[in-house]
Design a protein around this ligand. Sequence first.
Ligand SMILES: [Zn+2]
Length: 409
Amino acid sequence: MTFHSMWTELLTIGRSSASGGYRRFAWTSADAECRAWFKAQAEARGLTYELDRNGNQWAWLGDPAAGDAVVTGSHLDSVPDGGAFDGPLGVVSSFAALDELRARRAEFTKPLAIVNFGDEEGARFGLACVGSRLAAGELGAEQAHRLTDGDGVTLPRAMEAAGYDPDAIGPDPERLGRIGAFVELHVEQGRALDLSGDRVGIASAIWPHGRWRFDFRGEANHAGTTRLVDRRDPMLSYAETVLAARREAQLAGAVATFGKIAVEPNGVNAVPSLVRGWLDSRAADQETLDTVVAGVERAAREYAAAHGVDLDVVRESFTPVVEFDHALRDELARILGRDSGKDTGLKVPVLGTGAGHDAGILSGSIPTAMLFVRNPTGVSHSPAEYAAEDDCVAGVVALADVLEGLACT
Ligand SMILES: [Zn+2]
C-alpha cells in the first residue's frame, strides 16, 4: 500500500457531495467506516490490533507490554464539512512511515504503535479530544456520560448504537504508561511553512487560548422614532470593540476573533437592548494573551461608557500554553537536521500553533512532539484544506526518520 493508494481509499468516506467537505463525526457510520479502514490496515501489516476502553484504536509492532514504546498517529474524525487532511494525514503517514522503515530493513529495539484517537474534533458532542482526554484522566467518565449531541443523543447511547460499551470508558494510565514518546504528524493549520519555504516543521508549543463573553446592555427602542442622541445602542460599542480586538491583536502579533454574536431583540427595526459577542483570542505566550484581552476589555469599557451602555465580561474557557517536551523536540530537530547522506531537501523550522491536538492533551502525561506538513493556503477545517502530495511524502520520510531515530537505536 503506497501513501497514494491509502489516501485514495479514505477520500470517499464521509464526504458530502453537496459541500465537498467531510462529515466524519464520532460514533456515526462514517466514523465506523474509518475505523474499519484502520483495522484493515493494521491487519494487512500483521500488526496487533487493540481497541481501548475509550474507543481509541491501536496497531502494535512488537510487545505492547514491553514498555518505552514509540507511538505515532492522529485522528480520522472531522469537523462539519472539514478538509481531507486534518487528522487522516497523520494516520495515513504513520502506516506509510512504517512501510518505509520495513523497506529500509530497520531493526526495532522498542515497540512501535500507530493510534487513531476517537472524537478528536468534538464536532458531535462539543468537546474536543474526548478519546485522549478520557485516557489521560482529563475528562471523567461521569462528565463524558453527560455529553449530548444536537439531536439530544447522549454519548453513552451513541457509543452503544455503534457497538461500544460506554460503561468501560475512563482513565487508562496502564496503557499510557507503556509509551515512551508520542509523535503526531499533522497538516499545518496556518501558513508559516509556506512563508518559510519548508515542507516540514516541528512544533514548539500550542498557544494559550481562551474565550470571553462580552455582554453589552443598552435600551431597546424604535429604529424609526428614536433620535440618535437619545439612543443607548449596544451595537455601536460592540462594533467598535471588534475593531479594537483586531488592532490589539495586530499590535501584539496575536490573534483575536469575534466569530459569534447574539442580539436582542434581534429585530431589523429595533435598536438592540443586548449585544452578546464571543471573543476567541490566542497568542504565543500568556503575557501577550493577557495584554491583548486586557486591551480589548479596556477599549470595550470606554466605548460602552461613551454610549451609555453597561458591559459585563466573562471568561468562559481557558487553556494554558502547552510546551511540547523540550528534549524530544530537540531530538526530532537533531534527527531531521543531521546529514543522513540522503538529499531529502528537509530543513526543520520549529513553530508554534494556535490549534489544539491530542498530542497537547497527552503532553501532560507522556513526552510528546508534533511534525507539521506544509499547507500552502493555510486553510483548515474547510474543504479547501490542502497539502501537495510531494509535501505529504516528505512528511512520511521525516516521520520515518524520526521513528527510526527513536525506536531503532
Ligand atoms: Zn487535527
